[in-house]
Design a protein around this ligand. Structure first.
Ligand code: NCD
Length: 350
């Protein structure tokens, strides 16, 4: 690992090491008070965030390091038209680690091309969110003992839900995982994510009650309002699925209910006192998991960046891809966009 663009950038050994580190920090947080003294985290959030940004910043402060950045791009030179490339070249020279959240798919991958410090993808549009996956996996392992051999139901916005994309791809690397996909047809899991989850036993179940009855973990997500171009369509789909206490009465006694948060009605507050509700523990573990990740990234040997060659390739047609707003980015060869992973279609006559 040099950057964390998606969870699958981590090798099996790196994941094991991160988990051990997570356990050690959870046991003896005081031992790490000065572990990153003198190091800095750049926190670049081009899109709203509560947990991810604040838990990363708290993680760095708890390790004795410093934090700078912005949570509102309108307050930075981005509002003057500065490119992502220029921002990253400069900021990565000020920091030991750069966390980036951006509304465009593939933004973190693009930033990594120019960054002289490790880049952590803190969410790139509706694409990936690997540190939420790290949070999810440490929660599952801590509360269940292991990640493999489990049945997980994922429910809600599987189309735009970046936490779901990263989580399923990560779970595909463990043995014996089956996933039940619960969504409206309009919000089904994209083909490019399905194709990268070959080792996962995927089934679809439109009935939440039926899905909840047959899984070990239920991962709820909110419908991602900010990704819709049609407000009426969002209104129509937003509460297609609600995990009610009544559904839970029939669900397994040892079910684990997870949610990356924020929620928008799909888990009513009445569920919070159910002993199976683990989403607030999950958010708490996210802080410790990010401390473990920062320790790892800050111990990497320094590297130099080589300006990428512009080269040939095909322009990506996905309107949500980072290449749409940062046109200097080298185009991708092969069949899929290297940034957002959408299939590349050669325009007619080329
Ligand atoms: C998620 C995100 O930003 O993708 N939140 C988070 O990081 N915990 C989920 C969401 O916004 O729905």
């Amino acid at each position: 690992m040099r950057h964390l663009i998606d969870f699958t950038d981590l090798s099996e050994q790196e994941w094991q090491r991160l988990y051990r580190r997570f356990e050690e920090i959870a046991e003896r947080p005081g031992d790490y008070r000065d572990a990153l003294r003198g190091q800095t985290l750049a926190s670049l959030f081009y899109e709203p965030s509560t947990r991810t940004r604040l838990s990363f910043e708290a993680a760095m402060l708890k390790l004795g390091g410093g934090v700078f950045g912005f949570s509102d791009p309108a307050a930075s030179s981005v509002s003057k038209g500065e490119t992502l490339k220029d921002t990253i070249i400069m900021i990565s020279g000020y920091a030991n680690v750069v966390t980036l959240r951006h509304p465009k798919e593939g933004a973190a991958m693009a930033a990594a091309l120019y960054s002289s410090a490790p880049v952590v993808n803190a969410g790139d549009g509706g694409h990936n969110h690997p540190t939420q996956t790290l949070t999810d996996l440490v929660t599952i392992r801590r509360l269940r003992g292991s990640v493999g051999n489990l049945r997980i139901g994922v429910c809600g916005d599987l189309k735009y839900g970046r936490t779901v994309h990263s989580l399923l791809r990560a779970l595909a690397r463990f043995e014996g995982v089956s996933a039940v996909l619960v969504s409206a047809p309009e919000l089904a899991l994209p083909g490019y994510v399905k194709r990268s989850c070959k080792n996962l036993n995927l089934t679809e179940e439109p009935d939440l009650r039926a899905a909840a009855g047959g899984v070990d973990i239920l991962y709820m997500t909110r419908v991602q309002r900010e990704r819709f171009t049609d407000a009426a369509e969002y209104e129509r789909l937003k509460l297609r699925y609600t995990l009610t206490p009544e559904i839970l009465r029939e669900a397994p006694k040892d079910l684990l209910i997870l949610h990356p948060l924020p929620r928008a009605g799909e888990i009513p507050e009445a569920v919070d006192n159910d002993p199976r509700a683990a989403y607030f523990d999950q958010a708490r573990y996210g802080l410790t998991a990010r401390m473990a990740l920062l320790l790892e990234l800050c111990s990497l040997p320094p590297f130099t960046v080589k300006e990428p060659e512009p080269g040939g390739g095909t322009a990506c047609g996905n309107p949500r891809c980072i290449t749409q707003t940062e046109p200097y980015l080298p185009a991708s060869g092969g069949g899929v966009c290297r940034y957002c992973e959408h299939p590349l279609v050669t325009p007619p006559g080329v």
